[in-house]
Design a protein around this ligand. Structure first.
Ligand code: NAD
Length: 315
């Protein structure tokens, strides 16, 4: 199958491409490399299995031509820096909402009608019951990033209802693993490398969330797409448990060997404005569809800490 992966040079996108190529797909990537790295997919480009188009999805002009002959679009491109979105407040609007509109419109213009979308648990907002099922509502996100994800879901639903598209929307927990370029574990390792005797942790460390290993994330996406066939398919992706930021900090200190590091909490119940301190998704639907993640949050965190130490190195 010839597929498009937007954001394919990114962390999750590049792992998705590995899996798509394994099943024999031919992949076109649109990525402006704002947070992605061409090196993640360079071998596949050299082998002739992946074509990379450097285009900014906020610009509809000249975009549709790249969708000719595509059978399914995996739309993963988005602003990865959630905190930046609070300073430059149209960041998520442009790279989340407008970019999704431009992808959908390019698809409509070229007759491509299947889309897979990377949404997030943050659409559920702050007061959702835990674990949160897909049926929970009303969904009231508290971050600009969350608002852009929910808006994108709405646009996708409207393209399904109005133009007969078929969609798979995945609400991800925190996704971690090899090639991570952002997020709490990446930050902690880099902070410890800079100041081995001190690890500053945003918030009081009691924030508790669920983490899923990236290869399991992409395997479960492909599994669910294969096993569902409604016009609009919605599925949470995560693991069964949670881990606190404090436990993650302790794991990073332990695995890096910076045992003298003082863990210094900035205080407050959350890391930044718009952060949701506690999140756990119900993954019954994923399980019922036949996919059981093999790692829980704690295992995924330890696995990722070890992998990222190898990638980043210790000073
Ligand atoms: P990432 O930053 O590694 O990947 C995003 C990619 O999109 C990057 O390669 C970037 O260069 C590209 N991109 C961004 N804006 C673009 C634009 N305007 N035009 C073209 N390309 C653009 O992030 P990731 O962690 O791999 O996330 C992938 C998707 O999954 C995103 O939509 C993200 O919101 C979603 N998601 C991620 C997590 C997580 O924990 N990593 C959790 C929930 C949802």
């Amino acid at each position: 199958m010839r597929v498009m992966v937007t954001g394919g040079a990114g962390f999750i996108g590049s792992h998705l491409i590995d899996a798509l190529l394994k099943r024999g797909d031919n992949v076109v990537v649109i990525d402006n490399l704002s947070s992605g790295k061409l090196s993640f997919i360079q071998d596949h480009i050299n082998d002739g299995n992946v074509e990379h188009i450097n285009h900014d999805l906020t610009n509809l002009e000249g975009m549709a031509q790249h969708f000719e002959g595509i059978e399914m679009v995996f739309h993963l491109a988005a602003n990865a820096d959630i905190r930046l979105g609070t300073q430059i407040t149209d960041t998520d609007l442009r790279h989340g909402t407008v970019a999704t509109y431009n992808v959908l419109e390019s698809m409509r213009l070229t007759g491509v009608d299947k889309i897979v979308f990377a949404s997030s648990s943050v659409v559920y907002g702050e007061n959702a019951p835990m674990p949160t099922p897909e049926t929970y509502g009303p969904t009231i996100p508290i971050s600009l990033y969350g608002a852009s994800k929910l808006a994108a879901e709405g646009l996708i639903g409207s393209w399904v209802g109005t133009f007969g598209f078929q969609a798979w929307v995945f609400r991800f927990a925190n996704i971690i693993g090899e090639r991570g370029t952002h997020g709490v574990i990446f930050d902690f390792i880099n902070k410890l490398n800079a100041t081995p005797n001190r690890l500053e942790v945003l918030g009081n460390g009691l924030q508790e969330k669920s983490y899923m290993e990236v290869k399991e994330c992409v395997t479960s996406i492909l599994h669910v797409v294969e096993h569902t066939d409604l016009p609009f398919n919605l599925c949470n992706l995560g693991s069964v448990d949670t881990i606190s930021v404090r436990q993650i900090a302790e794991t990073v200190v332990e695995e890096t060997g910076y045992h003298d590091a003082l863990i210094d909490y900035t205080g407050g119940d959350r890391g930044w404005a718009g952060d949701i301190p506690r999140a756990r998704l119900a993954i019954d639907k994923l399980n019922q569809l036949g996919y059981i993640p093999s790692m829980n949050s704690k295992e995924a965190v330890r696995h990722t800490v070890r992998a990222l130490i190898k990638e980043i190195g210790l000073r």
